[in-house]
Design a protein around this ligand. Structure first.
Ligand SMILES: Nc1ncnc2c1ncn2[C@@H]1O[C@H](COP(=O)(O)OP(=O)(O)O)[C@@H](O)[C@H]1O
Ligand SMILES: [Mg+2]
Length: 387
């Protein structure tokens, strides 16, 4: 079976080169045993969904739990209509349960409840019917905002003391940010600002990047399948440029083996890595694009701009710095303090920052030129006078 380097969404073991999905989340199984409710937050495209899909499947297959990974994303279009959002979320969840759980573990057909109670009542009636304890991973939690987000968090908190018989034994919220950074429009801050709505959580976990030896072992899978070799220097450079960011690691390799050197007898060298990097940066792939999008937020710019210019950071709050770290844009190192997360981002960010002011410049129409582009002295004089 041919496999590829994946750059589009969660990995599937039968078609993608991939590292063991759960290695980077060693404490999750302990938290589940402890009936814990927890948060997993990590930047976009680090492998959260891949890991949680794999874990849910593994737990269900072991026969001890009814475990499923669902997403809250379908509730996103209904920012302030709780009932509609709950319906959209539950309808989608039911389809997921249908597709992933054996029949005896699935939730009951219909549950009736008023808006604001539909999630809690659904989970209650499922837990009451299900012969095994339920483990539920809710991905893309930060797609929800405002009233809907607050309602969902409240409902989970309300059901929590009833676990495991009448509510999921263990539950994880998965997203980019930790609870207090979830988006809400109410109050003075655009964020929740507090974890108290989900104060039942025992831990917030995050997902680290790949290590050098993990990058090496991922690339090695391609060598084993095809015979095509990456030189040690090429692997080292790929690691240095990406700092192990999982999507970047895959994107560089994909560019090399599919576009730059599709003939497996060609060895992959430092030159290939450099070329692949240039192409990725120029192409501004979705991943890089979504980072660039972040620069529209004033609190993000307020930190990134002086960093790129090598200036002192002004008066920025620790919370804002933490937010940039959560987004994966920056890392904090004991030796260097706050830095841009990897050399590829470091090249992408200034280009984006330079592009916006350029695009915003007014179109200058030189009135002192004739239609054929020649200088018109009269018009020039007129322009000068009015200037
Ligand atoms: N276990 C893994 N092995 C190799 N690459 C991975 C693995 N998990 C994630 N990736 C890389 O990260 C990308 C994003 O994975 P995904 O699970 O969708 O992340 P997230 O949910 O954090 O956005 C994948 O397209 C792939 O390039
Ligand atoms: Mg995901």
């Amino acid at each position: 079976m041919t496999r590829w380097f994946n750059t589009a969404g969660p990995c599937q073991a039968d078609i993608h080169y991939m590292l063991p999905a759960l290695e980077r989340l060693p404490s999750v199984e302990r938290l589940i045993l402890q009936r814990g409710y927890f948060v997993i937050h990590a930047p976009r495209q680090t492998g959260k969904t891949t890991a949680m899909l794999a874990l849910a499947q593994q737990l269900t297959e072991q026969g001890k739990y009814a475990a499923v990974t669902v997403s809250a994303e379908t509730g996103a279009p209904f920012a302030n209509n709780v009932g509609e959002a709950e319906n959209a979320i539950l309808e989608y969840w039911r389809w997921i349960f249908q597709a992933t759980l054996p029949e005896d573990l699935r939730p009951p057909e219909e549950t009736q409840a008023p808006p604001g109670r539909r999630i809690v009542s659904f989970l209650q009636s499922w837990a009451a019917k299900c012969p095994l304890p339920i483990v539920l991973f809710i991905d893309e939690i930060d797609a929800l905002e405002d009233d809907v987000l607050i309602s969902v968090l409240r409902q989970l908190r309300a059901g929590y003391p009833r676990r495991p018989r009448n509510f999921p034994q263990s539950l994880a919220l998965i997203g980019l940010r930790d609870v207090r950074d979830y988006k809400v429009a109410s109050g003075s801050s655009p964020r929740l600002g507090t974890a108290s709505l989900f104060n039942i959580k025992i831990e917030s976990l995050t997902l680290r990047n790949f290590t050098h030896s993990e990058v090496k072992s991922l690339y090695k899978q391609h060598t084993v399948d095809t015979g095509q070799v990456f030189t040690d220097e090429a692997v080292q450079l790929a690691y240095d440029l990406t700092q192990g960011q999982p999507w970047l690691v895959n994107a560089l390799a994909r560019q090399m083996v599919e576009e730059l050197a599709p003939d497996p007898s060609a060895e992959l060298t430092v030159e290939h890595v450099k070329q692949a990097k240039e192409i990725l940066i120029l192409r501004q792939d979705t991943h890089l694009d979504s980072l660039a999008e972040r620069l529209r937020e004033p609190r993000v710019r307020a930190i990134i701009e002086p960093m790129l210019a090598g200036q002192e950071l002004g008066n920025v709050s620790n919370e804002d710095i933490q937010f940039l770290i959560d987004l994966g844009l920056c890392v904090m190192s004991p030796a260097q303090g706050l830095t841009i997360a990897n050399p590829i981002y470091r090249e992408v960010l200034p280009r984006v920052l330079a592009f916006t002011p350029m695009a915003a410049l007014p179109q200058i129409t030189p009135t002192w030129l004739n239609a054929d582009g020649k200088l018109s002295l009269d018009n020039l004089l007129q322009s000068f006078l009015s200037f």
